[in-house]
Design a protein around this ligand. Structure first.
Ligand code: ATR
Length: 275
């Protein structure tokens, strides 16, 4: 019998996860079924329970259920604890285990796919919502020189930075206007602004010395990436690689085997480029 997995969210029709996991399964010879489940906003827990009752082994969790998934899990990985959110559930021995592979996916995309090691770098994260929180611990594990969190609502950036403050005081929070005159090696957009096409009001200095500007949104030319290019960032990247890499980390957790992401990323990139 095929092993059963799914992604759950609302909305879910746009999700590329079923396609990505089908490509991983084909490549590794795994006999799996991976479906997309649309849960009503107040129906996450019953939907997970029904999936488990039907023999499901694991789930990816996307917007808006990652915090609920964290609360549902009885055991968590350290990176899920750091994120206070779960994007990967594994069901075994009557236990719900919660992990978060988003940050590891981002780091793998930055370091392996884009060739951008983080050690000693000055890193700026724009945004202080769930997407930012989810990647901070894995970024810090790469030992950057500094990690600055800047948010439109400054107070949220300060709060988030305080949660991750290390003895070396590497992590700090600020508002956008505080960024004037500061420069960074890597700028990551973790806001949802790109989804609505909204621009961020970031000072030019932010990108002037940036080796890489990275938008977690994928598949569209966001105002953030346009500004980064115009203001001097040497390289820009969208979040498609992060999407594929976080999926590979989930597959590894469930199946004990890491798929080769390069051909899968290339396939998705080709599809996105098609008119
Ligand atoms: P997510 O879980 O995707 O991070 P969220 O928790 O709603 O979503 O957070 C959205 C983030 O995008 C926040 O940092 C938000 O800034 P505020 O805290 O000031 O609201 C940021 N954001 C969304 N639209 C934005 C815009 N047009 N300009 C600047 N920041 C924006």
């Amino acid at each position: 019998m095929s092993a059963h997995y799914a992604v759950i969210g609302n909305p879910i029709a746009h999700s590329r996860s079923p396609q990505i996991h089908a490509l991983f399964a084909k490549q590794t010879g795994a006999d799996i079924v991976y479906e997309a489940i649309l849960a009503p906003p107040d129906g996450f827990t019953p939907a997970v329970a029904a999936f488990i009752a039907g023999g499901g082994l694991g789930m990816n969790v996307t917007v808006p259920f990652k915090e609920q998934a964290f609360r549902l899990a009885r055991r968590h990985s350290p990176r899920a604890q750091g994120a206070a959110a779960v994007n990967t559930l594994a069901f075994a021995d009557n236990e719900i285990f919660g992990d978060n592979t988003d940050g590891a996916g981002l780091v793998r995309d930055l370091v392996f796919n884009l060739g951008f090691p983080l050690q000693g770098m000055r890193v700026l994260i724009i945004g202080a919502g769930g997407a930012a929180r989810g990647v901070i611990l894995p970024l810090l594990e790469e030992n950057p020189r500094a990690l600055v969190i800047a948010n439109r609502t400054q107070e949220k950036a300060n709060q988030l930075a305080a949660e991750f403050s290390s003895p070396a005081e590497k992590v700090s929070g600020c508002g956008f206007s505080d960024l004037a005159g500061q420069d960074f090696d890597l700028v990551i957009n973790a806001t949802s602004a790109g989804l609505s096409g909204a621009s961020l009001t970031l000072p030019q200095s932010v990108f002037e010395t940036a080796g890489l500007a990275y938008d977690m949104v994928y598949g569209r030319p966001t105002p953030f990436l346009r500004q980064a290019r115009e203001d001097g960032a040497k390289q820009v990247a969208d979040g498609l690689g992060m999407l594929v890499e976080q999926a590979a980390e989930s597959f590894l957790l469930w199946r004990g085997q890491r798929p080769d992401t390069a051909p899968v990323l290339a396939e998705l990139r080709r599809e996105l480029a098609r008119p």
